[in-house]
Design a protein around this ligand. Structure first.
Ligand code: PA5
Length: 425
């Protein structure tokens, strides 16, 4: 189902002698004793999903689809990227489903927000506000604005409550008290942080509204959990990946991990990965900078640098064999564009050759180390597996560097400055 190819990585895991360390870290993850252990709830969450809440989520999602044509999801960072990554990866960028998900609360851009509000005036929408803290300014402003529009549209504040769904911390924060006012409220468990929350209601409610099979997503996560809860480096491809990227920095002095996909609708998956690794690993002046490219698009902009420029990066390529949709290239009698040599071939065939040709060029001619993660197809189950794989690999990667994967102290500095400038008391 999922294969990791380390042939082009330039790393020999046997030379690292880190088997014992990996075993110790695995125990720290499984027994939840590592740094930041009060945020290790995601590790076995797929086994402990609250079935009552899951049933409620599915019922509410059905209600939302029956009564509305749009769900506005307000959230940022970990309260946003997982749902959007899964939604786009499984639906594509122009899905046929008339029910739309619109993401808001991830920017202060007045242009973006005003344009979304204009679109919403022509739609019948419900809101899912997602914030663990309830104090995130981008999310709070968006929620205030979109809620006002909803109340105006429905014409009654009490009635509008039926169209508002809150996802927040079990006890803490500014949103939880609203439950008493009659808002449906789902729980982000206290021991799970935003960027590890895609399998909780943070991801499940919007995805269920989009008609995505959340049971299959959770099944994939559960299967991955069982597979990668294995302390043996020889048998555990998740830890092999974590160790290989660790060695990229330690042995080959690589500073940047470039996540590469070959489909535009996987770009949000790369954004999710960038947050996962960036916020988890980037502290104490350590970590590998996570970047992303979508090929072949970016081969026509950044390909030159990757092939021949400063050798600071390695690639982690996520390649999916069967695309969501495919197109056959038609024959043209005149053949003025000289493409008839491809007539009858599918774009999946062309994309695959672009992938293989690029891998050869970058790995062999450009000497860029490449890790290849290959899946037959991307559906709910395989995507659940893939997301869990990366979450667990990220925890292993951080603990290899003695870093707490679950805090983000550096993010607070800009907020403090911004609040001072805004005159917040
Ligand atoms: O991963 C994280 O913890 C962060 O990215 C948060 O999800 C993000 O800052 C949003 O926070 P909140 O859910 O409190 O609004």
């Amino acid at each position: 189902m999922m294969k990791i190819n380390l042939t082009h990585s330039q790393i020999d895991l046997n030379e690292l002698n880190l088997e014992e360390k990996v075993q110790k870290i695995d125990e720290m993850i499984t027994k939840k004793t590592g740094a930041g252990n009060d945020f290790l709830g995601w590790v076995d969450y797929p086994l402990h999903v609250d079935q009552v809440e899951l049933k409620q989520i599915k019922e509410d999602a059905k209600y939302v689809r029956e009564h509305f044509d749009t769900l506005v999801v307000c959230g940022i960072g970990g309260s946003y990227l997982g749902a959007r990554a899964v939604y786009e990866a499984l639906k594509g960028l122009y899905p046929e489903d008339p029910f739309k998900i619109i993401f808001l609360g991830q920017t202060f851009s007045g242009t973006y927000i005003e344009q979304v509000l204009r679109v919403l005036k022509r739609r019948k929408f419900a809101i899912n506000v997602i914030s663990k803290s309830g104090t995130t300014t981008e999310t709070s402003i968006a929620f205030r604005l979109v809620k006002k529009l909803l109340v105006e549209q429905i014409g009654d504040e009490e009635e509008a409550k039926k169209a508002i769904f809150i996802t927040t911390d079990k006890e803490k924060g500014l949103l939880r008290p609203l439950e008493k006012d009659g808002y449906r409220t789902y729980t982000l468990p206290s021991d799970i942080g935003g960027r590890y929350s895609v399998f909780t209601p943070v991801g499940l409610f919007p995805l269920a509204c989009a008609n995505i099979d959340v049971d299959a997503l959770l099944l994939g996560a559960k299967e991955a959990m069982q597979l990668y809860s294995n302390p043996s480096l020889k048998e555990n491809s998740c830890y092999q990946y974590a160790l290989t990227r660790y060695a990229m920095k330690e042995k080959l002095a690589k500073q940047v991990e470039l996540f590469v996909t070959y489909e535009p609708h996987y770009q949000m998956l790369s954004e999710w990965l960038k947050q996962l690794f960036g916020e988890s690993e980037g502290k104490d002046h350590l970590g590998i900078y996570p970047a992303s490219c979508c090929f072949s698009t970016d081969l026509h902009s950044l390909g030159q640098f990757i092939q021949d420029g400063n050798p600071l990066l390695f690639e982690t390529i996520i390649y999916i064999d069967s695309p969501l949709h495919d197109v056959t290239i038609a024959k043209d009698e005149k053949d003025e564009d000289q493409l008839n040599y491809l007539a009858g071939k599918n774009l999946a065939f062309v994309n695959e050759k672009a992938f293989l040709g690029t891998l050869d060029a970058h790995a062999n001619s450009g000497n860029v180390p490449c890790i290849v993660i290959e899946l037959d197809k991307l559906d709910e189950r395989t995507l659940g597996h893939l997301l869990y794989f990366f979450m667990r690999a990220c925890a292993m990667a951080c603990y290899l560097l003695d870093i707490n994967p679950f805090n983000q102290p550096g993010v607070e500095v800009y907020k403090k400055n911004m609040f001072k400038l805004l005159g917040k008391k």
